[in-house]
Design a protein around this ligand. Sequence first.
Ligand code: GDP
Length: 366
Amino acid sequence: ALQAGIVGLPNVGKSTLFNAVSNSAKAQASNYRFCTIEPNVGLVDVPDTRISKLEELVKPNRTVPTTMEFVDIAGLVKGASKGEGLGNKFLANIREVDAIVHVIRCFEDDNILRDEGPINPVGDKDIIDTELQLKDLESVEKKVARTEKMARTGGDPKAKVEFEILKRCQEHLEKGKNIRELGLSKEERVAIADLFLLTEKPVLYVANVDEASLHTGNKFSKALEEAVKAENAQVIIMNNSIEAQITELEDPADKELFFAEYGLTEPGLNRLIRSAYKLLDLITYFTAGVQEVRAWTIHTGWKAPQAASVIHTDFEKGFIKAEVISYDDYVKYGSEAAARDNGRLRIEGKEYVVNDGDVMHFRFNV
Ligand code: GDP
């Protein structure tokens, strides 16, 4: 499953958020299926009202939502790139995730220790960014040293191109900037993919605000929003303590009261999960049968055979065709049969690019 890593300085509310994630994961596991996960990895359903709607229409034996994983990457401190406080171990953890959720403290509370002086969201972001940049610089410099000679002698034109990309990355990092802001083309990104650069990974920020600022944000979250504009990154305003409390409420009536008290319509966690899913450029298609209604995750732009491969690898090889009903048509006509009778079931071939919400049925050779 795709993973988002939760990072941030100590005492910003990372564990609180992670506990909320893993509590909600546990609650869901009892509804759907049981999952054994490592202590710092929580698996959550991706909230999607469409699957509930399909469940209502099809009344299947079971419903399986799509999931993603959050990894708690605690312990990043100033100096981590130099190995400070087990820094290398934590940085290695970040290398493995698909996206970064950067939690930033935007609440004041004198009882909660802070080594960096007054609350300073942009300064905090810079501390973490700098550590990740230094680590990336180390990787890039190593590769520069390796490719330099090959590029200079000119024997391998590919090496020359690669060398130029690496030099651009190096200069950019030396200026204190993240690789994701460099605007590399798809081809250029492929050329440096083997480095798994930390500052290239897509990021979103959680502004952990005080309760009073839950709906409005505060001066801290606003400063953060201003600072990340250049990165084109999303800032999610939430209160991690409230999120943790929500997941501890088991009784739906209690939950409703709690939501009403804070003027919430859904947990902030849902917003976070959906945003992370979008950040990863993921879409969902559905399979809908009486046995099972299920959501499947694929990347934007995938064609039908590749989309089928997430159900079973054999489906890709033996792919013949797909029967497709758009989600809206499915709901409009209320069933597969009715959609078919109204000419809304399409037969699509190998080149079909799957759309978000497609309800699919694959035909294949075994
Ligand atoms: P971590 O070190 O980033 O994992 O931080 P924790 O999640 O352990 O939180 C550190 C302390 O801050 C704990 O005592 C939390 O209860 C508290 N905390 C977390 N979120 C909030 C918040 O939104 N407001 C306030 N006032 N305290 C919070």
